[in-house]
Design a protein around this ligand. Structure first.
Ligand code: 4AD
Ligand code: MG
Length: 477
């Protein structure tokens, strides 16, 4: 008798085949029907026990959440809802789950409740589906870059620089928290610290990625990044995963083409390879939408949204055009936006991004050529001297999913910019070196992985698409 995953059995199991399966009980009905799940698929397999043949104390232990090993025969199902089922000949409880204590019961639990049980929530249909889609997306991302000749690059997690210049970093230190060494000025003396200087968790692998692109031509990173921004929103995490391709000899237009092609390709992959999970999530979202007032409901279902993105061209719009649209928009005139757009130069908030995508263009939008003042120091300055070759990809329901740019490859221009912004030349000496020795036009972007998973699964809160979320005041598990 061989052991099978439930996915294998449901796909290619043969009637009269003897099987062994292991998994967790989802439900046990009428002292007879066990719905067993082993995480290989959203679908359960029905296992039928003849209670006359089993000890009553054993049957009592078949409760939601318990671990079972089942031996039996595959048979055609008599009931509705499944083609095949397992006629159980032997059953062992490998792990009990006391129903008075086990928190995940077969009923609707709120997302907030499940976040507090993040070690168990992955045993629910919703989280199982989300995490399988997340895994499939990771695979699709690596295969996209591999097929297109990119070198996978591991950039450091501990760094001395602040790539985004936003000062939202977590400090790394081994100094005594109560009694750190001090310098002559009474400040913490980081020269005594582990690395001999102040270090942080990285906010982006881009800067090191650029060094590699200027040698290996096409590279990408895919790793954890950390931001100590105190944003308690449904789109921000303190620890998230980012994909950052960086390509030599590529300009901003090429960068937009790459971002669009890349996103479409990975979404197409899950549409083809995660059918059961996406169908489940699609239905889940439809049910959730029904609880909302009519005017707040989404026009498209999850699957329609995914197909829409794959099948339609992203709209490319300059920042300047976007500001004109926003200034003339109803919510701006009626002061419905929290931040009213008064003039060119204003930073766009998520309400503005969502207006452009969801109300005005009704499709993904790539905004480009932003004012230099609201973007990072490394972006290439345009000839107008006031805008930079930046691009953000904006998605319905999410807002910004990608941020990127063509990089400033001219030594003098970069140096001047760093001086204006008071960026430490001594810390980034090597980044300037890249412009001194064999510089080249180059571009790249960062895709927030969890925002992509959010879009792909229709989950409202970013905390529900990462196994164990880290957010302000929360680092449990
Ligand atoms: O726009 P950002 O800050 O760009 C960069 O870090 C560049 N260095 C990327 C590059 O050009 N190589 O971040 C990129 C993306 C955002 O568009 C967003 O999707 C995601 O990362 N992101 C977050 N996701 C979750 N939680 C947060 N706190 C995030 N901050 C950014
Ligand atoms: Mg950004």
């Amino acid at each position: 008798m061989s052991e099978f995953s439930i996915k294998e059995l449901l796909l290619e199991g043969k009637v009269l085949q003897e099987v062994v399966i292991k998994g967790w009980v989802r439900t046990f009905r009428s002292n007879r029907f066990i719905a067993l799940n082993d995480g290989s698929t959203i679908n359960n397999i029905q296992c039928v026990v003849d209670f006359e043949n089993f000890d009553e104390t054993l049957l009592k232990r078949i409760t939601t959440g318990a671990t079972l090993e089942i031996k039996g025969t595959l048979v055609e199902s008599q009931g509705k809802g499944q083609k095949i089922e397992v006629q159980v000949s032997d059953l062992e409880v490998l792990g009990d789950a006391d129903p008075d204590e086990y928190p995940i019961q077969p009923k609707k639990h709120s997302m907030e409740f499940l976040r507090e049980k993040a070690h168990l929530r992955v045993r629910t249909n919703t989280f199982g589906a989300v995490m399988r889609v997340r895994s499939a997306l990771s695979f699709a991302i690596h295969s996209y870059f591999r097929e297109n000749g990119f070198v996978y690059t591991h950039t450091p997690i501990i760094t001395g620089s602040d790539a985004e210049g936003a000062g939202e970093m977590f400090r790394i230190t081994t100094l005594d928290a109560k009694n750190p060494e001090l310098n002559e000025n009474g400040e913490v003396d980081y020269s005594q610290d582990f690395f001999g200087k102040e270090t942080n968790l990285t906010v982006s692998g881009q800067l090191e990625g650029e060094a590699f692109a200027l040698a290996l031509k096409k590279i990408y990173t895919f790793g954890p990044t950390f931001r100590a921004e105190n944003s308690n929103t449904s789109r921000h995490l303190a620890e998230f995963w980012m994909i950052e391709p960086e390509v030599a000899f590529l300009d901003l237009v090429g960068n937009m083409d790459l971002a669009e092609d890349f996103i479409k390709s990975v979404l197409k992959y899950i549409l083809e390879n995660c059918k059961d999970d996406l169908e489940f999530l699609n239905k889940r979202l439809l049910d959730e939408e029904k609880t909302k007032p009519q005017n707040e409901r989404s026009e498209l279902s999850l699957l329609e949204k995914l197909h829409f993105v794959v099948d339609n061209q992203f709209k490319r719009v300059s920042y300047t055009e976007a500001i004109d649209i926003l200034k003339r928009s109803k919510p701006n005139k009626k002061k419905k936006f929290q931040y009213i757009i008064e003039e060119w130069g204003a930073d766009l908030q998520s309400e503005h991004e969502r207006y452009l995508v969801e109300k005005h263009f009704k499709c993904p939008v790539i905004l480009f050529d932003y004012p230099a003042k609201i973007k990072a120091f490394y972006m290439r300055l345009n000839d107008d001297q006031k805008t930079v070759r930046a691009m953000d990809v904006l998605f319905p329901g999410i807002g910004e999913i990608v941020g990127g740019s063509q990089r400033e490859e001219r030594y003098d221009v970069l140096l001047q910019k760093m001086r204006e912004l008071d960026i430490d030349e001594k810390e980034l000496w090597w980044y300037l070196d890249l412009r001194k020795f064999g510089t080249a036009v180059h571009s790249g972007f960062g895709l927030g992985f969890e925002r992509l998973v959010q879009f792909s699964t229709g989950m409202t809160n970013i905390r529900d698409v990462i196994p164990f979320p880290r957010t302000p005041q929360n680092a449990e598990f």
